[in-house]
Design a protein around this ligand. Structure first.
Ligand SMILES: [Zn+2]
Ligand SMILES: [Zn+2]
Length: 340
């Protein structure tokens, strides 16, 4: 499934990719659908060289290797791997050399610059792939699997990673607000509760179904995004792309509180009185992920244990998955089930 240009996602037959130096060829089992894919489709996030195969929460199996390099991680053929949004960085710039490869100006991203996982096969730089514990092949229909199934683990690779990075940026505040309770928030809420925090969930006004979903995952309060929570928050993460949530969240956090914007795109933020920023409140964004974030979350997730709620779609129904995500018609994460 390729994005040909803004607004156009189509099935296409393209040549099988072949792995170059330091790359692996991966058979895709599952690929999570992210709000970023929607922004790419809508032209809100630029695709430098369309057409592109989107999809950056890939779970697959290595089926071939390109020529090894000195830096190769030597992922064996047959290994189960996760492929995230961060697909390549220069390794030499000021950002890369200071533990901030997520900010590298030369970075290439899976599903934006590099063909991603809305496909049967994909190629990735093995240094940016993560080995995953072997799948027991029970799938999501049987008893709970351990390690998690391909479908269950896919949302960790962006929704989980970006959410986890955003959570780290909130410091150690106890009362955490989550604005937009979708794929990321449903994972972050579980990690936050595990860490002993109290979660307050904000959804579209009147979306009682999502509010009930949030409470079921451990939120002690859930309400509309412009409502005031029952007490002040220590921090808030905004996953929704609506700029008006920034002043709303600032009004909800206590002095010294942090508001983290976790999306790649947001509509303009309306002007707001200095009063609601005063008191050492902070507004910041989170951009992309580092490989260190991924290692940390993949190590933490089984200990929580994070249990993702997944709605599966066939590969050719990627457009429907994106439409359902846009309309808020699903709880948790949408995942394309590509092959067993
Ligand atoms: Zn760099
Ligand atoms: Zn994403």
């Amino acid at each position: 499934m390729r994005i040909e240009r803004a607004g156009v996602l189509r099935a296409a037959e393209i040549a099988e990719p072949s792995p170059g130096r330091g790359q692996v060829l991966v058979r895709v089992h599952a690929c999570g659908v992210c709000r970023t894919d929607l922004h790419l489709l809508d032209g809100e996030v630029d695709i430098p060289r369309p057409p592109i195969v989107p999809g950056h929460q890939i779970v697959g199996t290595v089926i071939a290797r390109g020529e090894a390099t000195a830096e190769s991680e030597a992922l064996a053929v047959g290994a189960r791997v996760g492929i995230p949004w961060l697909g390549w960085t220069c390794g030499r710039c000021r950002y890369c050399l200071s533990g901030r490869e997520n900010l590298c100006d030369q970075a290439r991203f899976t599903g934006r610059d590099i063909d991603g996982g809305f496909a049967e096969l994909t190629v990735a730089d093995e240094r940016y792939c993560f080995p995953l514990p072997e799948n027991d092949q029970e799938g999501s229909a049987g008893a709970p699997c351990r390690p998690p199934s391909n479908l269950q683990v896919a949302p960790l690779l962006c929704a989980g990673l970006i959410g986890y990075r955003a959570l780290r940026m909130t410091g150690d505040g106890e009362r955490l607000g989550l604005y937009g309770f979708g794929a990321s928030a449903h994972i972050v809420a579980q990690v936050a509760v595990f860490e002993g925090r109290r979660v307050f969930a904000f959804t579209r006004s009147g979306d009682e179904e999502t509010q009930a979903f949030a409470r079921g995952i451990g939120a002690e309060w859930a309400g509309g995004s412009l409502e005031r929570p029952p007490e002040e928050l220590d921090a808030a993460i905004i996953f929704a792309s609506a700029g008006e949530l920034v002043p709303a969240a600032l009004r909800a956090v206590a002095k010294g509180g942090t508001v983290v914007c976790a999306g790649i795109h947001m509509s303009d933020i309306p002007s707001f009185p200095y009063d609601i920023l005063w008191g050492e409140r902070t507004v910041r964004s989170v951009a992309n992920l580092t490989r260190e974030d991924a290692r940390a979350l993949l190590e933490l997730a089984p200990r929580v244990p994070v249990q993702t709620q997944v709605t599966p779609y066939a590969l050719e129904d990627a457009g429907q998955a994106l439409a359902d995500l846009r309309a808020g018609r699903l709880q948790g994460a949408a995942v394309l089930e590509v092959s067993v």
